[in-house]
Design a binder for this molecule. Structure first.
Ligand code: GAL
Length: 728
């Protein structure tokens, strides 16, 4: 249980104002007090909520207090605790535009103009004798005014004004060019400006066409998506914009075009970042409805709070162009209970009522149950978690004629860990509590990346997937469930420190069409494996490649494009690496000898397109430091993520040894946290020391609120001390 108190000063005219206190998220069971008086409660720890505290504030000093308490057994993953997101107080005149009171849609889009529909909720004293007018001005990205309408607010408009604005030559929001507009809504009372409210929006169209797919701005778009939990690894659940931006940047480089905010309401910062960076969002509300998954989970609150929670979520984010779909649930047990479809319908109806512009889905993991009842057919979009081999059956039975992979893969791997012999395995467990980075291991209910690629490439009605998960997260160390000291997941394509695993390059080779990928695995430093079979995999967008070990050709491998979803769907291919042959190049019989592994990639015409080599490393003698950003904002919040690697005397990365390192920060910054991505490490994220994990770790440096130079110094026994200079 935690109490937060804060003293704030407000002006003498506070009683003539409306004061709104907004929490972006408070974990959990918030009780809010102002000057000792209880203002309200909000159980859901992820949702944003607000209270009108006008009657509670007094001129001068006020105390705001919040009590938070997480119940045991209330979450299947690490939820964080406390005030982990921002709190805002906004004070305005009594006659005003309501909080979250605008709803902007773009129902008609042509190259010449877009029709921008604005519904504005007004809070105007009904007995007022004043004349009110609403001026809506649209500004482009550069801040120039591009459209405006001025209208008197008549008696019928009190509470809600409905307007259409003609926006000439609209620039669309897309994942490639995320163009944004700002709508400024100004409310005038007897010619005097009394409130001004800004809404960010985008001009873009969404459409789902049966049998054809999902269309963004009229272009068929397959979801190359990832599920992401809200925690930020070593930062815990506390929101941080730099950390979120880095996540989106890393995902975009992999070719991701959509994120599912599993399984809860996102931080507003993430939504803003996705608007700005061009990342679609499927925003989820619940992991649990009325039937419990966890003893003290949301089931305790569902009846009383589900509608309020969903309405808040939608009102908060319905203008954000990045959000393309609402997801009302994840693997809820209502899938197989009598009346489950009614609950689905109830929630979907709320979404339609509050925002008719977006489709609604949910993640279902019991295909047999949901296809044999009305559960799946109730949804706008039928979303399936895992079991992609059931998609054709689902397609035959469903009237929507569209299938979404709301959650896929759950492939397991640990960065830099390779297990021999290399065979496909389900629920494999090892004494070191890791999983193989050959990307051949998964859970009993799940599979490998390619088992999903093939569906969404070959089935015209499969509209894409959301991989479990983009990043490792705190909690759920499946398959080591309760095996101490495992404490974070192995599902991530990127580890808990934000360092890509090999799998990252497999997704990148298939998803990122704008860049070339050529990646070799495993590393080639295997003292003791001399003469042992050590398979080599290459992840590349090129169709073929030749492999050399110390100059000796190991032959050419070519992606087998004769394999398709129809001719490979048998039991054997689901249990072996048959389908993988279409997407990865595998030399299964290569033998380890120290030296150089070189890969030469060929394009479609058989010409050499790219080359890459890796080399057996010597003992590490020094460190390499690389910052994701060298210049920070001097705002006391910004973070630079510095990757530290062990390097041998020849300049090669040394992947097979580990050292404990110490960190010292001087100048206008401080040590914030450190992570190595080891899901079984017990080291603290907050101590300025940590052991590398397979040769790497990441140090987080935070700026102060004063501009200046920042230096990080990294030391380790037997290694040359290394410094990196940053600026804020
Ligand atoms: C799914 C579930 C996720 C996560 C995942 C692990 O069934 O929706 O939250 O638990 O399994 O594979």
């Amino acid at each position: 249980m935690g109490w937060y108190r804060n003293a704030i000063n407000v002006g003498n005219d506070i009683k003539n104002k409306t004061s709104i206190l907004q929490f972006d998220g408070a974990m959990s069971n918030a009780e809010v007090y102002v000057n000792g008086q209880k203002v309200g409660i909000w159980p859901n720890g992820y949702n944003s909520f607000y209270f009108d505290v006008s009657d509670f504030l007094v001129p001068g000093e006020n105390t705001i207090a919040v009590r938070l308490e997480n119940q045991p057994e209330s979450s299947r993953w690490y939820p964080g605790a406390g005030l982990y997101r921002n709190v805002h107080l906004s004070i305005s005149n009594k006659n005003k535009i309501a909080h979250w009171g605008t709803y902007v849609t773009t129902p008609t889009i042509t190259p010449e103009y877009a029709k921008v529909n604005v519904k504005t909720s007004l809070e105007i004293d009904k007995n007022s004798k004043s004349q009110f007018a609403l001026v809506q001005t649209i500004y482009n990205k550069e801040g120039q005014e591009v459209a405006q309408i001025k209208e008197v607010v008549g008696p019928y408009d009190i509470n809600k004004k409905n307007q259409s604005i003609n926006l000439p030559q609209p620039k669309l929001w897309s994942t490639e060019i995320p163009n944004l507009y700002t709508l400024k809504s100004d409310l005038y009372e007897d010619g005097k400006l009394v409130d001004s409210y800004k809404t960010t929006f985008g001009v873009r169209s969404l459409e789902i066409i049966p049998d054809k797919g999902f269309f963004l701005n009229g272009q068929k778009t397959v979801f190359k998506g990832v599920c992401i939990h809200h925690d930020l690894g070593p930062l815990g659940a506390a929101v941080n914009e730099a950390a979120l931006r880095r996540q989106v940047r890393i995902m975009k480089d992999m070719g991701v075009n959509a994120i599912r905010t599993s399984h809860n309401m996102p931080a507003p910062e993430l939504v803003k970042i996705c608007d700005e960076m061009g990342m679609m969002l499927m925003v989820e509300s619940f992991d649990e409805w009325k039937v419990p998954k966890m003893k003290n989970g949301y089931n305790l609150y569902f009846d009383q709070w589900a509608e309020k929670d969903l309405v808040n979520l939608i009102h908060h984010y319905r203008n954000n162009p990045s959000i393309i779909m609402w997801c009302i649930g994840n693997e809820v047990p209502e899938q197989y209970t009598a009346g489950g479809s009614k609950v689905a319908r109830f929630l979907q109806d709320i979404c339609h009522r509050e925002d008719p512009s977006r489709p609604v889905t949910q993640g279902m993991d019991n295909p047999d149950a949901v296809l044999n009842s009305s559960f799946a057919s109730t949804m706008d979009v039928a979303g399936f978690n895992y079991r992609p081999f059931k998609y054709p059956e689902a397609y035959k039975k469903l009237q929507q004629q569209i299938i979404l992979g709301t959650e896929t893969a759950s492939t397991l791997s640990s960065r830099g860990v390779y297990k021999f012999p290399v065979t496909r395995k389900s629920m494999a467990r090892y004494p070191d509590h890791q999983a193989s980075s050959y990307d051949v291991e998964h859970c009993s209910w799940s599979d490998l990346p390619e088992d999903n690629f093939i569906q969404h490439e070959d089935l015209p009605y499969a509209i894409g997937e959301f991989v479990w998960t983009g990043f490792d997260y705190l909690g759920e160390p499946t398959p080591y469930y309760t095996d101490w000291p495992s404490h974070s997941s192995l599902f991530g394509i990127v580890d808990l420190a934000g360092i890509p695993k090999d799998r990252y390059y497999l997704y990148r080779s298939h998803w990122n069409k704008a860049e070339n990928t050529l990646h070799i695995l495993p590393h080639w430093t295997w003292p003791g494996r001399e003469r042992d079979t050590t398979p080599i995999f290459v992840y590349t967008n090129y169709p073929a490649a030749e492999l050399f070990i110390n100059g000796k050709s190991q032959g050419i491998q070519r992606k087998d494009t004769t394999i398709n979803v129809y001719n490979s769907g048998n039991k054997e291919s689901l249990g072996n690496l048959e389908r993988q042959k279409r997407y990865r190049l595998m030399w299964m019989n290569t033998v380890y000898e120290p030296g150089i592994v070189k890969v030469v990639a060929y394009d479609d015409a058989g010409n050499i397109a790219a080359e890459k080599s890796i080399q057996t490393a010597d003992k590490a003698t020094r460190l390499e430091l690389e910052a994701d950003r060298n210049t920070l904002q001097a705002d006391g919040k910004d973070i630079s993520f510095v990757t530290v690697s062990l390097i041998d005397k020849n300049g090669n990365f040394s992947p097979a040894e580990d050292h404990e390192l110490q960190f010292r920060v001087s100048g206008q910054g401080s040590f914030k946290a450190v992570a190595n991505g080891n899901p079984a490490s017990l080291e603290s994220f907050q101590e300025p020391k940590m052991k590398t994990f397979n040769g790497k770790l990441v140090v987080l440096i935070q700026s102060t609120d004063k501009p200046g130079d920042i230096t990080l110094e990294v030391k380790g026994k037997g290694l040359k001390t290394q410094k990196i200079k940053l600026k804020s």
